[in-house]
Design a protein around this ligand. Structure first.
Ligand SMILES: *Cc1c(COP(=O)(O)O)cnc(C)c1O
Length: 403
């Protein structure tokens, strides 16, 4: 299947992969199968271990046709064999850690990451006898030094939330593979269009599809894409036993969003480029981090590694008190941009993230790791997810809230 489709372009793949006209009704749009169980003509065992991977549907925790349609679309757009969709991005991160790590194993995890992932790694995994090293993944020597004989998973995130720092994915994959570890990458900020994660060596490509993939802010979900053997291990463990599966309705919504992802990402990127350049010229703004700006500390890596620099901008306005004041002005004055967490939607979103607060709640960094964070974030950043509105309207809206 994969080979037959591999010559198709990304727009065609996003629209057609995983779908065919319904054989009984001729419906051109994919059906929504809200069925938790499936009538079977086989006398089979009741355990997941009795099931074959490509067998018929039996029960929706094992697989559902609408969820499978999304999984096939995701796998095709990432250029890998298989994908599993789960109830949230956090369920996807948990699936990676709890499938491939056991008591006595070690994992190397990005020291800055989505806060939920950082807290899961730091607070939960050690309770199960898994040791972790939190490492600045932009520092390849630090990654190499952290690897141990029992390192089973290296988990990175690029660009990283909320500061837009990048990881050299090919270099980190090489180091991890030489040490015999699997590499996973949370590519939520990049979207599947931002970088060719599989070609760069990533074994497990993770997304919160709540963000760019769904793209409309109306469904929570997560995905892990990779080779058939690894994804079927996750399905056996995390879907069937941990149980955090995606609802067919959410899969249908997310697939509808994914169909237009290549077009949306082009618009997110061009809007974010215009807005980041405008922000750089504002007297109230002291620093803008966006991978498409020449001033990004890893601009060359962004040019080499990313096909689309996405729509996520971080910018600073000064000390924490100034940041808080401008955040309040945004809450009071913004008419188009929503002051809210989350990202990747057609609606623009913005949120203030104070450095000290994030350190206390999630990251707990010190020494050179803290200095690296501060070199991107100062005392705090506004994280803006540039939506698909007219950039001129967004600029007028931001302008009224900054002064
Ligand atoms: C939102 C997000 C997650 C968590 O996803 P949910 O769908 O909210 O569970 C993980 N990683 C990144 C980078 C995110 O932005």
């Amino acid at each position: 299947m994969q080979h037959a489709n591999s010559k198709r372009g990304l727009m065609t793949t996003a629209i057609h992969a995983g779908e065919t006209p319904d054989p009984t009704t001729g419906a051109s749009a994919p059906p929504l199968h809200m069925s938790s169980t499936f009538v079977t003509n086989q006398v089979a065992g009741f355990s997941a271990h009795d099931l074959e991977d490509d067998g018929n549907f039996l029960y929706a925790r094992w697989g559902n046709p609408t969820v499978q349609m999304l999984e096939q679309k995701m796998a095709a757009i990432e250029g890998v064999e298989d994908c599993i969709c789960l109830a949230s991005g956090m369920a996807a991160a948990t699936a990676i850690f709890l499938t491939f790590l056991s008591a006595g194993d070690h994992a190397v995890i990005s020291d800055v990451s989505y806060a939920g992932v950082a807290e899961l790694a730091r607070d939960t995994l050690p309770r199960f006898g898994i040791s972790i090293s939190l490492v600045d993944m932009s520092d390849l020597a630090a990654v190499a030094a952290a690897l141990r004989p029992n390192t089973k998973v290296v988990h990175t995130e690029s660009p990283v939330n909320p500061i837009g720092r990048l990881t050299d994915l090919a270099a980190v994959s090489k180091l991890a593979h030489e040490a015999g570890a699997l590499v996973s990458c949370d590519a939520t900020f990049a979207s599947p269009l931002g970088q060719k994660s599989a070609a760069l060596g990533i074994d497990l490509i993770m997304h919160s599809v709540t963000k760019y993939v769904g793209g409309h802010g109306d469904a929570v979900g997560g995905a892990v894409a990779g080779c058939k053997a690894l994804i079927s291990q996750i399905r056996g463990e995390s879907a069937i036993h941990h149980g955090g599966v995606m609802s067919p309705f959410n899969a249908w919504l997310v697939a509808r969003g994914l169909s237009l992802l290549p077009m949306r990402m082009r618009a997110h990127q061009s809007g974010a480029q215009v807005i980041s350049e405008w922000l750089e010229a504002q007297p109230q703004v002291i620093r803008v981090i966006y991978p498409g700006l020449k001033s990004h500390p890893q601009y060359d890596l962004a040019q080499n590694q990313m096909q689309n620099t996405s729509g996520m901008i971080s910018f600073q306005v000064g000390d924490a008190a100034t940041g808080r004041k401008i955040a309040q002005q945004m809450i009071d004055r913004l008419k188009i941009v929503h002051y809210a967490v989350s990202l990747g939607h057609h609606r623009s979103l913005i949120f203030w993230m104070e450095t000290q607060g994030l350190m206390d709640s999630s990251f707990h960094l010190s020494g050179t790791q803290f200095e690296s964070y501060r070199s991107y974030a100062g005392e705090g950043v506004f994280r803006m997810s540039v939506g698909l509105e007219d950039p001129e309207d967004l600029i007028r809206d931001l302008s009224g809230a900054l002064s």
